[in-house]
Structure formats: structure tokens, C-alpha cells
Design a protein around this ligand. Structure first.
Ligand code: SF4
Length: 251
């Protein structure tokens, strides 16, 4: 649902509704102008503080190198992290955790190696599309790729077949340490249930909500996205949300 790109034409309709909702909220009464980014920024920071107080630092993204983080971001689509870890371990065990090693591998062999991650034929293709881009455009050098900067690099990543906005932003933020907020299904679910976003808001609108109203801070974006995931896994579940004990109860 989130792996699509759409024109950002609903934001003007969403924002007045959101501002009114946030001004009615009682969650941040103890926090005055904590973000310096107006009432929306204050409320987003207040939500962040409640989540951080409940879950603590999340230590994202697991991975021993930026390239491994990129691989994880591609393999984690539609599967749980435990399965991704097995696929990553298979690659590392065969000394294949490098752009050039994956670039030179037959796709069928790669699919077999990453099989635990699920959808392995599709994911092998996506992974090779990414490493082909990295090798052929940036000589397999992630530092050079990230030095391109968000404004140019994000559309380039989105142009790779199989890389949607959530994956592109995960690569930018967690591998490149560039300030690009990641939106996922957990974020959308909680914000929608609290009527803080229009149910039809698209990926870029929701990303802009955070990026336009929070300080441009890689550490904050890193932790905030991880905390939405913790909220979704522990409380704001798809069915039977555990609202009574949820840290956002009352928003
Ligand atoms: S679990 Fe309930 S209180 Fe918590 S974020 Fe979801 S809807 Fe809100």
C-alpha cells in the first residue's frame, strides 16, 4: 500500500483538520513549544516523548555495514526480521555481502541463498537492480552514492525497479544517515486511528507531515520511526489494539 508514489495534492486539505485535532489534544499540555516548529511540531515531539518513555532507545538499524543495511531494507519487504537475518547470514557465510559479489552472481543463485526472506525470486531481482545501480553509477561506492544528497538521490533510488518510498527512505536514513523520514504501515495505522491524518493521505504527505514540522535531525528520525514500529508491534496491532495500556492512550 505504501510502496507507491503519488502527487502531493491533498496536503492543504489535511493540515487544517490536523491542526484543529492537535489543538484539542491534551497529550502535550505539559510541553510548551518544545519543537520550535509550531503546534504540529510540538504535538509530534510530544508523541515522540511518550513513545520514547515507554520503549526507550531502539538501536536501529541492525547491521554491521551500510551495505548490509541496504540489503536488509530490501529484503525486509513483506516478511519479519528473523527471516531477513537468516538470508543475511547466508550471504555473509558465503562471503557475498558486497555490491560486486552480488552483482556478479547469477540471479537464480542469489534467489536460492536469500530464500529464507520469502518472495526470494522477486527480492533477488530487486537486490540485483539496486546493486547494478550502485556498481554502474557509483562504482560500487556507497559513500559516493550518499554524497549525492537526498534531493538528487531519492528520486534516483525510486527509479530503481522494486524500490518504493519506504525502502528508499530506509536506505537514505539508516544506511546513509541522511535525514529522510520513513513512513510505514504502523505509522499510518496509529495516525489514522487517532484521526491525525486523512485515511487517504499518501506516503509523501505523511512523510512531509514529519519532515516539515520536526527539526531536521537524523537521530530523531531514526528513533521516531523505530518507535512507531515498537508501538505497532506491541500495542497498535492490526486487530485488537491494546489501547488500555498504550502509551498514546488519550491522544
Ligand atoms: S493501540 Fe489504541 S491508543 Fe495506542 S496508538 Fe493504537 S489506537 Fe491509539
Amino acid at each position: 500500500m505504501l510502496e507507491k508514489e503519488a502527487p502531493c495534492d491533498r496536503l492543504p486539505k489535511m493540515m487544517p483538520q490536523l491542526i484543529e485535532k492537535l489543538q484539542r489534544s491534551t497529550l502535550n499540555q505539559e510541553d510548551d513549544l518544545i519543537s520550535g516548529y509550531g503546534p504540529i511540531g510540538d504535538q509530534l515531539m510530544s508523541i515522540y516523548r511518550h513513545l520514547f518513555a515507554a520503549f526507550g532507545p531502539q538501536g536501529w538499524w541492525p547491521g554491521t555495514s551500510p551495505f548490509e543495511v541496504c540489503v536488509g531494507a530490501i529484503l525486509t519487504q513483506n516478511t519479519n526480521w528473523g527471516n531477513v537475518e537468516k538470508a543475511i547470514s547466508n550471504l555473509k557465510g558465503r562471503n557475498l555481502m558486497s555490491p560486486r559479489a552480488i552483482y556478479g552472481l547469477p540471479r537464480e543463485s542469489l534467489a536460492e541463498i536469500i530464500q529464507p526472506a520469502g518472495y526470494y525470486n522477486i527480492k533477488a531481482g530487486r537486490l540485483q537492480n539496486f546493486v547494478t545501480f550502485l556498481v554502474e553509477k557509483f562504482d560500487a561506492n556507497l559513500d559516493v552514492m550518499f554524497a549525492t544528497g537526498i534531493e538528487l538521490l531519492r528520486p534516483m533510488l525510486l527509479g530503481i525497479k522494486g524500490i518504493g518510498p519506504e525502502t528508499a527512505d530506509s536506505i537514505l536514513l539508516y544506511a546513509g544517515r541522511l535525514p529522510s523520514f520513513v513512513v510505514d504501515v504502523y505509522t499510518v495505522r496509529a495516525l489514522t486511528r487517532h484521526d491525525l491524518i486523512d485515511e487517504y493521505a499518501n506516503y509523501d504527505e505523511i512523510r512531509s507531515l514529519f519532515m516539515d514540522h520536526l527539526p531536521t535531525d537524523v537521530g530523531l528520525y531514526n528513533e521516531y520511526h523505530a518507535l512507531w514500529v515498537a508501538l505497532g508491534k506491541n500495542y497498535c496491532k492490526k486487530t485488537r489494539p491494546r489501547c488500555e495500556k498504550c502509551p498514546l492512550n488519550g491522544l
